[in-house]
Design a binder for this molecule. Structure first.
Ligand SMILES: Cc1cc2nc3c(=O)[nH]c(=O)nc-3n(C[C@H](O)[C@H](O)[C@H](O)COP(=O)(O)O)c2cc1C
Length: 314
């Protein structure tokens, strides 16, 4: 259950499979989706990004934003914050619900950056360092509990390496790197070369992220960057069984997610999000016309009828 130990062991064992992570995804990486990923080959699952300020303010917000289950663990919880005390306070609320906390330094959304969160932190390496250092000094004693950062590359190679070294020096247990900078679009090729240079510069484990859709993709990362972990977002939305070797999504995943949402009803957000989630997971099982029809379902009953008629639900 110690994520850091899992990553270290992978490094020591040659030719071993990297530790697999489901990525933080606003709206989508709720408890039912995390359980599905956990059941199908994800070694570690991630909460969506949670804004620490709101989380600290109200119990109601905390209950809505984060619901967990011992069966999904190891779980990491990600916070957006620009203040060390605020990050630690939020982390203290979740310390018994998860195996670690992560600082979001990568979200490129304008709305998030405008308030100084997400990838805005990449312009302030000293602030990232302060948050990680403070969190480590206050939470580092807790066993099996990690503190880490998720970053994107910077446009400048030297600055990226400096940032990673700084994060390591502040005792981040590992670092998650989306192998693109914040100006790059998700379809652009990840920068494996820069990842390899980072590997040569730091000792802490690296979790590589960016366009991992199948086994070849994660093997490419492992070979090119010598990372200890791999993380997927869109790949798992398309095929939640990707990390257990399934090459295509399966009707069973649709049924399982449906059952998990029913079971953990309160933890799942609005119907519109549920519908979109099914449109991703069932995408490759449907015809083009059916994909359009799915998105036209107006409520849960219609969606259930639609999926049942296509033999995706019992
Ligand atoms: C719907 C969606 C929501 C996301 N939400 C978050 C988030 O909450 N926190 C975060 O660090 N990254 C978030 N990301 C970025 C992913 O974690 C990941 O870094 C990015 O999608 C690249 O990985 P991929 O190529 O496997 O999709 C999100 C991505 C998607 C597609």
């Amino acid at each position: 259950m110690d994520v850091v130990e899992m990553l270290r062991q992978t490094r020591e064992k040659k030719n071993s499979r990297p530790i697999t992570f489901s990525a933080p995804m606003v709206r989508y990486s709720t408890l039912p989706f995390r359980m599905l990923c956990h059941n199908h080959g994800c070694d570690v699952v991630f909460s969506p990004m949670i804004v620490a300020k709101g989380f600290n303010k109200s119990e109601q917000f905390r209950n809505i934003e984060l619901q967990t289950d011992p069966l999904e663990r190891p779980l990491l919880v990600q916070f957006a914050s620009k203040d060390a005390e605020e990050f630690v306070t939020a982390s203290e609320y979740v310390v018994n619900q998860c195996e670690g906390v992560n600082l979001n330094c990568g979200c490129p959304s304008k709305k998030v950056r405008k308030v100084g969160l997400g990838s805005a932190l990449l312009d302030k390496p000293e602030l990232i360092a302060d948050i990680i250092k403070t969190a480590h000094s206050r939470l580092g004693e807790k066993q099996n509990f990690s503190v880490s950062a998720k970053i994107r590359l910077l446009p400048d190679q030297g600055e990226t390496i400096e940032l990673c070294k700084r994060i390591e020096k502040m005792h981040s247990d590992f670092i998650i790197i989306h192998a693109r900078n914040r100006f790059q679009r998700d379809h652009e090729t990840p920068n494996y070369e820069m990842m390899s240079l980072i590997r040569d510069s730091i000792q802490i484990p690296i979790v590589a992220n960016g366009s991992i859709f199948n086994q070849q993709d994660w093997e490419l990362y492992k070979n090119k960057t010598r990372c200890e972990g791999v993380m997927s977002a869109r790949g798992l939305l398309k095929n939640p069984g990707m990390f257990e070797g399934s090459t295509l999504t399966k009707p069973e995943y649709v049924q399982e997610l449906w059952d998990l949402i029913k079971k953990h009803k309160a933890s799942h957000p609005k119907y519109e999000t549920t519908k979109k989630m099914f449109s991703h997971i069932a995408n490759d099982l449907l015809t083009k016309n059916d994909r359009i029809l799915l998105l036209q379902c107006k409520n849960e009953e219609q969606l259930e009828k639609f999926l049942s008629e296509r033999d995706l639900l019992n």
